[in-house]
Design a protein around this ligand. Structure first.
Ligand code: SF4
Length: 723
């Protein structure tokens, strides 16, 4: 923080929205945030900010803070009562009592934690240590399960490590951008500015976009492959089939640096252009053109996101795309590689510290005894439990079934974001104790809280985050948190110390004085791991700016690109072709439910809008939730633009305003995921029009990544009578 001549304090920090991870400069008077601008020195954005980032300061206005923030701990003794304000000590004592009693009576797996990719790395680290190290349960998962776990599984299966191999600067060196399942223009706007600039500078740079919708990104493409929902694996196999046929393969690379190609080749032989065109609903000539561009480009950079990940075959989609890169040798060189974009600001940091049900600190795996032993030694405990934890959808199901009795939700809003909302809400009512740790008192999950713990948020808290290109940036607080809100890591540590006394067992250390001490412990856990950051420090991050991992001891900078030596992170150093099968979406449209429902993001909103929803300017782009439909489908059903329609399937019903869209093919629909519980006028049951689009979305999960199929459900649509 530095003092400028007009007595404005300037604090360098990081935007708290998407995984691009832009650097910001917070302007404040020490008490209030007065402005925000892009940090010209930050390599993710070089001073630019998108509409969300440049309005960050408006969400931190003091009056708004008072209206929407959780300010004091609150507790209710039973559910017939409203929560009452309580002091922190009594609140944490009560929580520790309830945890200790439940753990003693029902065992450590009777409690669970559901945390968030919005947390800082240090917060994530201590919650993971609390669950796995002190309590002895792996029942801790993150909302990152909903956004990137298929990318993690895809990388690990093929390349041996959860490490995106590319950098943003690869956009400047590529000849072909292959964007699959990502509306980058909306979801990662500053990265998209970089793409636009690269295309201006290099007229030969081509862009293929794979997306069922004609999004803003797809409209800019040289070739848009508008595949039918869920057919990505067939498309990628079809492209590889043509690369084989036209001999676009890099035979030396395959022979020297990979394994499993011979087996995989047999699978893709079946994916003839005619068959793929029919499965995907695209023209054969477009498939040929895409294969030619992919096969002949000197450098191909694939960018992909939720369109591949949020699927019951998300891991297969990731692996099939990486197979294409391996077969053509498009990895480990400038401008090339499979580059998954993370949705949340610190989904990557959560992965690094193992803050998920199947992971451990330093990119270790829970299912490996040697990794559990290493983490137990780091934490000074006897063992880390081997029993796998419940992943997001499984966790709430276990709560609903009464197996998990106490649930602690941190910085996330499952009563809006999880699929099949009725089951989630049933689970929240069934739990014996729901603790919600939140900065915002306005989320759909807060009414279910028996205990509300007020947390600090952006502009108030300090630590680190890691963006999509493995770059670690400092987050710095510029002002104090309002009311009695505390930092997430502090709450976890204070609770852990109380619980350890009540459990009367050997506890790992939770006596951290500041986030840097937690980060240093995390840093030590990465020694000789793929993400080794033992050469990095808060001091270096502060003085030299954000750095990419790995950054081992002795290094003076991080690595922009992985696998340049073609040594992969597998046991024999070879990348693996994964012989994935094509599986259609779990639900098929049928005469009863004839429409495919796709969900996604708008340019100016973020997640459940707890922050962006407080900024009036951000509603100029889209003011209300609508269901987008093809005009022909509306005409056939006598639905006019602006009509209220009922959208339903076996999981529930939701009312939306219908909106004609030229971005959709017939039979397809789209709803933004930002709006939750909506009322037409006044909050009465009669006026409730639904709980948001996740009333309808499918909780089916990918067998490897356990990520749910949020991108596809079958629905029917009828005109509604106004309530
Ligand atoms: Fe923030 Fe993402 Fe926009 Fe950058 S692109 S300013 S990180 S929301």
């Amino acid at each position: 923080t530095k003092l400028t001549h007009v007595a404005t304090l300037e604090t360098k920090s990081t935007c708290c929205y998407c995984g691009v991870g832009c650097g910001v400069i917070i302007e404040s008077d020490g008490k209030q945030v007065t402005g925000v601008r892009g940090d010209p020195d930050h390599p993710a954005n070089f001073g630019k900010l998108c509409s969300k980032g440049s309005n960050l300061h408006l969400s931190a206005k003091p009056l708004l803070q008072q209206q929407v923030r959780a300010l004091y701990p609150e507790l209710r003794s039973d559910r017939t009562q409203t929560r009452q304000r309580i002091n922190w000590e009594s609140c944490l004592d009560s929580m520790a009592d309830q945890f200790a009693t439940t753990i003693k009576e029902h065992g450590p797996d009777s409690v669970g934690f559901y945390i968030s990719g919005q947390l800082l790395t240090e917060d994530y680290y201590v919650f993971n240590k609390l669950a796995k190290g002190l309590i002895g349960t792996n029942n801790i998962d993150s909302n990152s399960r909903l956004c990137m776990s298929s990318a993690v599984a895809g990388y690990k299966q093929t390349l041996g490590s959860d490490a995106p191999p590319c950098s943003y600067e690869d956009i400047d060196h590529t000849d072909l951008l292959f964007i699959a399942g990502s509306n980058t223009a909306f979801a990662h706007p500053i990265l998209y500015r970089r793409i636009e600039r690269a295309r201006e500078n290099n007229p030969h740079l081509k862009m293929i976009v794979v997306d069922p919708r004609r999004t803003d990104t797809a409209r800019d493409a040289d070739l848009h492959l508008a595949i039918l929902p869920g057919t990505d694996v067939a498309l990628f196999h079809g492209l590889l089939h043509l690369c084989l046929w036209e001999d676009y393969l890099n035979h030396d690379f395959i022979a020297e640096h990979t394994e499993g190609f011979a087996e995989f080749k047999k699978t893709v032989r079946d994916f003839t252009p005619a068959k793929v065109a029919q499965i995907c609903g695209i023209k054969e000539q477009d498939l040929h053109l895409a294969a030619q561009w992919f096969g002949q480009a000197k450098a191909v950079l694939s960018l992909y996101c939720q369109g591949l990940n949020q699927s019951a075959s998300g891991t297969a989609k990731n692996a099939a795309l990486i197979n294409l890169h391996l077969a053509t040798g498009q990895i480990g060189k400038p401008g090339a590689g499979p580059f998954s974009l993370t949705g949340q600001p610190n989904a990557m940091g959560g992965r690094e510290v193992g803050g998920m049900a199947n992971l451990l600190s330093g990119h270790r795996d829970l299912n490996k005894p040697e990794h559990r032993a290493e983490v137990a030694a780091l934490w000074g405990i006897d063992e880390v439990p081997a029993q796998p934890g419940k992943t997001a959808v499984e966790l709430f199901e276990a709560v609903r079934l009464g197996e998990i009795k106490l649930l602690w939700i941190v910085c996330t809003n499952p009563a809006q974001s999880m699929p099949d909302q009725h089951l989630i809400r049933e689970a929240l009512l069934k739990a014996e104790l729901v603790i919600v740790q939140e900065a915002y008192a306005s989320t759909a999950t807060v009414p279910y809280a028996d205990i509300l713990l007020p947390a600090s948020t952006w502009s108030e808290k300090s630590g680190t985050v890691t963006n999509s290109e493995r770059r670690i940036s400092r987050v710095n607080g510029a002002i104090s948190a309002p009311g009695e809100a505390r930092h997430d890591w502090e709450i976890a540590c204070q609770f852990a110390q109380k619980l350890a006394l009540k459990l009367n067992k050997k506890s790992p250390d939770f006596s951290y004085a500041k986030p840097e001490e937690i980060w240093n412990e995390h840093r030590a856990s990465t020694r000789r791991r793929d993400l080794d950051i033992t050469g990095l420090s808060y001091d270096i991050l502060q003085k030299q700016g954000p750095q990419q991992w790995p950054f081992p001891e002795g290094a003076n900078q991080g690595k922009a690109r992985l696998y340049e030596d073609h040594q992969f992170a597998t046991s024999n150093g070879r990348a693996r072709f994964i012989n994935v099968a094509y599986s259609p979406t779990i639900e098929k449209t049928n005469p009863h439910y004839p429409f495919a429902l796709n969900t996604g993001r708008l340019r100016d909103q973020w997640h459940g809008m707890s922050r962006t929803g407080t900024v009036a300017q951000l509603f100029a782009h889209a003011a209300e939730p609508v269901i987008e439909m093809a005009a022909q489908d509306m005409e056939r059903r006598f639905i006019k633009d602006g009509d209220l329609v009922e959208v339903s399937n076996g999981r529930g019903m939701q009312r939306f305003i219908a909106s004609a869209s030229d971005s959709l093919q017939t039979g397809q629909t789209f709803v933004a995921m930002h709006w939750g519980e909506e009322f037409v006028s006044g909050e009465t049951d009669q006026n409730r029009i639904g709980l948001g689009v996740n009333t309808l979305s499918n909780p089916a999960i990918d067998p490897d990544s356990k990520q749910p199929e949020l991108k596809h459900s079958a629905i029917k649509i009828t005109k509604a009578e106004c309530p």
